[in-house]
Design a protein around this ligand. Structure first.
Ligand SMILES: [Zn+2]
Length: 331
């Protein structure tokens, strides 16, 4: 955790200058926060910075799902898994056969499993969550570490690719993490990020009720253009920026609408994860109606995501960067 007396600090660069107030939000535990914009690094950040106890609770068993998979064994998990396979196929095109690849926050490890099948890669995963770590450990040929990326885990110029899918915005020391990643990536390696788009149509419309704010877990949010500038300054060039995302964006619109209607946020999402405790005070008829709304409106929100993507205004964004070709030894 950051050592500071002032919790009103930017979640990315630690600057404590109050920032520009954007809107208020509330966590599923009822804690109130503000989203502010940092004058120094231009990131939007959650303020006050959540304390250690709050974050510990936010990453307990309920975050990872109570079931065999995060969303059980039904059609939702199967659909997510198929989209995961398509993502692996898409990203594998940027890699040579038998590359050495690392997924930071690899979740259940299935993305790495697909990458292994597609390219016979040497697969490494890092995952802090106990349940996800156990799920990922079952993936064939995986080298997995439970916890966080440490400076001494790997030698310099080790990886051909590193992935952070919806992980970066959770990090408590993102600048240190980027420095470590810069060392362990080979020249010309690729670095893939995805994260919520804070200047998306959804973010602007739903504000504090937006699913992807996910307070208190998401600590900072970069507008895509600001992030590209930051990465260029660190020696990376964008190769591909993708906005449309069926596994992230249509559901985010649906859940954000439900967050406006319902007294509690993320009810349907927590229900799908099997969080019985969180939804115990919600009637069965309410859950049923929310499920019907989800099924009926999903195709509509695929169309709105497509439209938003044309304006670079989708609810999440994926970047593929290529590292410059200078070896780390001359940094
Ligand atoms: Zn900042």
């Amino acid at each position: 955790m950051k050592i500071t007396d002032n919790n009103n600090i930017c979640g990315y660069c630690n600057t404590a200058d109050d920032g520009e107030f954007c809107f208020e939000t509330q966590s599923i535990y009822g804690n109130k926060y503000e989203i502010r914009k940092c004058a120094h690094c231009k990131a939007y950040y959650l303020s006050p910075h959540p304390d250690e106890d709050v974050l510990k609770k936010a990453y307990d068993v309920s975050y990872y799902g109570f079931q065999k998979n995060k969303f059980g064994e039904g059609i939702i998990e199967k659909a997510i898994d198929y989209l995961r396979y398509l993502k692996a196929k898409r990203i594998n095109k940027y890699l040579k056969h038998q590359s050495t690849i690392l997924d930071i926050g690899c979740g259940n490890g299935k993305f790495l499993g697909y990458m292994n099948k597609l390219g016979k890669h040497n697969i490494y995963g890092i995952e802090p969550g106990e349940i996800s770590y156990k799920r990922a450990s079952k993936i064939e040929n995986i080298n997995i570490k439970k916890g966080y990326l440490d400076e001494n885990d790997f030698g310099d110029n080790f990886f051909d690719a590193i992935f952070l899918f919806h992980v970066f915005e959770h990090l408590d020391n993102p600048e240190i993490m980027l420095d470590v990643i810069g060392k362990i990536l080979k020249p010309n390696a690729i670095l893939v990020f995805s994260f919520p788009n804070i200047i998306s149509w959804q973010a602007k419309f739903f504000k504090g009720k937006w699913l992807h704010l996910d307070p208190p877990r998401h600590l900072f949010f970069f507008p895509p253009e600001v992030f590209v500038s930051l990465m260029k300054s660190k020696g990376y060039m964008p190769v591909k920026i993708k906005y449309m995302c069926i596994e992230q964006n249509p559901y985010a619109a649906i859940q954000s609408i439900l967050n406006i209607i319902c007294k509690k946020r993320e009810v349907l999402y927590e229900y799908f994860k099997g969080n019985k405790e969180y939804v115990k005070d919600i009637s069965r008829i309410s859950i049923l109606l929310q499920k019907i709304f989800f099924v009926l409106s999903f195709p509509f929100f695929i169309i709105t995501d497509f439209l938003a993507s044309l304006f670079h205004a989708s609810a999440s964004v994926e970047f593929i960067f290529k590292k410059n070709n200078f070896p780390n030894s001359i940094d």
